[in-house]
Design a protein around this ligand. Structure first.
Ligand SMILES: CSC[C@@H](O)[C@@H](O)C(=O)COP(=O)(O)O
Ligand SMILES: [Zn+2]
Length: 220
């Protein structure tokens, strides 16, 4: 891949990051975005860790190896602390872009779910916006809610386990007490999917009441 293409993809990450920051979805350096890079070698370009996501430039990105999670091009920057969640998604799905945000309503909902050391599922049904997730059956989904392990590698392991066991899973997941991640064929599609889920979480939050959570599986 040429330097010019790296720069283009980096600029695209910075542009999406800036717009999501302006909406209040990436407060206080939170959030991370990545794209799968074309060509052999299985690499992704991901936002660097700890940067204010409203002020990123295309250079504030790191190339990582999807198979190993390792940094794949020399840089002084650290890759996102949540790189391993992105790479787990790239390894187990056809995703071309992944976006993780701390958007207010999805995060509020993720904080209302009773603590568990096992992955849970949030059942969502009858929302018109479920059609925005591109699933064969948009009438109902079970959105995974993964424990927010301090060791991110455990969240990544739960992500890989969930997506391997459930190939038809929705292209998104919640992390309890933390935020939401979605993916798609490009950054725009991942962003659109986040918008649909954020709007559904807004309805659930505004309406109050119990959220339909199912407990399932075992954690890594
Ligand atoms: C500002 S604390 C948020 C982080 O712990 C993390 O959840 C996050 O979303 C951003 O991590 P980063 O390493 O900058 O990609
Ligand atoms: Zn986060």
């Amino acid at each position: 891949m040429t330097t010019a293409t790296f720069a283009q993809r980096g600029a695209e990450l910075a542009e999406f990051s800036g717009r999501l920051y302006e909406r209040g979805w990436l407060p206080g350096t939170s959030g991370n975005l990545s794209v799968r890079l074309p060509g052999a070698g299985g690499r992704a370009l991901i936002t660097a860790s700890g940067f204010a996501k409203g002020e990123l430039t295309g250079a504030d990105t790191v190339v990582v190896d999807i198979a190993t999670d390792e940094v794949a091009e020399p840089t002084a920057l650290r890759a996102s602390a949540e790189t391993s969640i992105h790479t787990a998604i790239y390894r187990t799905t056809g995703a071309e872009a992944v976006i993780h945000v701390h958007s207010p309503y999805a995060t509020a909902l993720a904080c209302r779910i009773a603590p568990s050391d096992r992955p849970q599922r949030l059942r969502l049904e009858r929302f018109e916006l479920l059609k925005g997730l591109g699933l064969a059956d948009p009438s109902a989904i079970e959105l995974p809610v993964l424990p927010n392990w301090p060791d991110v590698a455990r969240i990544a392991a739960d992500t890989a386990d969930h997506l391997t066991r459930t190939p038809q899973a929705p292209p998104a997941l919640l992390i309890a007490d933390h935020g939401i991640t979605a993916w798609g064929r490009n950054l725009a599609q991942a962003r659109n999917r986040l918008e649909c889920l954020e709007a559904i979480c807004q309805v659930l939050t505004v309406n109050g009441g119990a959220v339909p959570v199912l407990t399932t599986g075992t954690s890594s």
